[in-house]
Design a protein around this ligand. Structure first.
Ligand code: KIV
Length: 277
């Protein structure tokens, strides 16, 4: 556990101007890769619904499904802080439910923090969770759980009133006790202004280079997904292409009986074999 990233580490990184790295992961082997690469924070995002479970929004994923995946991620994360995303309707109904579900993540999975979407309207919920000793990451800008209310996945805070609301929401989430804030799909100058006006770090996704840290969905940045990605995604590798080629080669070799070869097979003594015929 020594060297584990904590909320204190994250606060200190902001005060020292050190960029914070965050990626999503949803299972043990991916979490281990991310952890071994020295990434500071692993988010088990509710994007699990899209990239792992095949839903077309984040809305259907349940607490039980999230807990199952967060547990696996925690087993692979020795150094990185694991943040568990509270899924749609796990915290909106009442503070009591928000507390119970946040508590489930810490008790059942060993995650160190929870994330939830929203501004001033959920500030009291954030305060209640923090008061229970559970670190909270806020999430503002494009909040995918409100996709129907927002009328689609669009950049947020572009006009004056929307930008002022975002600034005020960010302050409300900071005042409520969140230790970190994700800003998704926010114009670069607005994300800069928010970052400079908060004492807690901002982690951007589609929010430009001035945030205190960056996060991406791992399937997007590794090119694991054949779909077209949003503008803010940088594909560091096209793993889908490599995996597709490997799978097709496997099919060809099995069909042509060139796999398995002697180097993948086990022998036995001729003497024993003779006795079997
Ligand atoms: O669920 C998720 O992956 C997220 C990131 C996009 C920040 O919330």
């Amino acid at each position: 556990m020594s060297g584990k990233v904590t909320t204190a580490t994250i606060r200190q990184m902001k005060s020292e101007g050190k960029p914070i790295t965050m990626l999503t992961a949803y299972d043990y082997s991916m979490a281990k890769l991310v952890d071994d690469a020295g990434i500071d924070m692993i988010l088990v995002g509710d994007s699990l619904a899209n990239v792992m479970l095949g839903y077309d929004s984040t809305l259907p994923v349940t607490m039980d499904e999230m807990v199952h995946h967060v547990k696996a991620v925690c087993r692979g994360a020795d150094r990185a802080m694991v943040v568990a995303d509270l899924p749609f309707m796990s915290y909106q109904v009442s503070k009591k439910e928000a507390l119970r579900n946040s508590g489930r993540f810490l008790k059942e999975t060993t995650a160190q923090a929870v994330k939830l979407e929203g501004g001033r309207e959920i500030a009291e919920t954030v305060r209640a969770i923090v008061n229970a000793g559970i670190p909270v990451v806020g999430h503002l800008g494009l909040t995918p759980q409100s996709v129907h209310q927002m009328g689609g996945y669009k950049v947020q805070g572009k006009d004056e009133s929307a930008a002022k609301k975002l600034i005020s929401d960010a302050r409300a989430i900071e005042e409520a006790g969140a230790f970190c804030l994700v800003l998704e799909c926010v114009p670069t100058p607005l994300a800069k202004l928010i970052t400079e006006s908060l004492s807690i770090p901002t982690i951007g996704i589609g929010a430009g280079p001035h945030c205190d840290g960056q996060v991406l969905v791992i399937h997007d940045m590794l090119g694991l997904y054949p779909r077209s990605s949003p503008k803010f995604v940088k594909k560091y590798v096209n793993l889908h292409e490599h995996m597709d080629a490997a799978l097709k080669q496997y099919k060809e070799e099995v069909t042509a009986r060139t796999f398995p070869g002697p180097e993948h097979s086990f022998g036995m003594s001729e003497e024993v074999l003779k006795k079997l015929y």
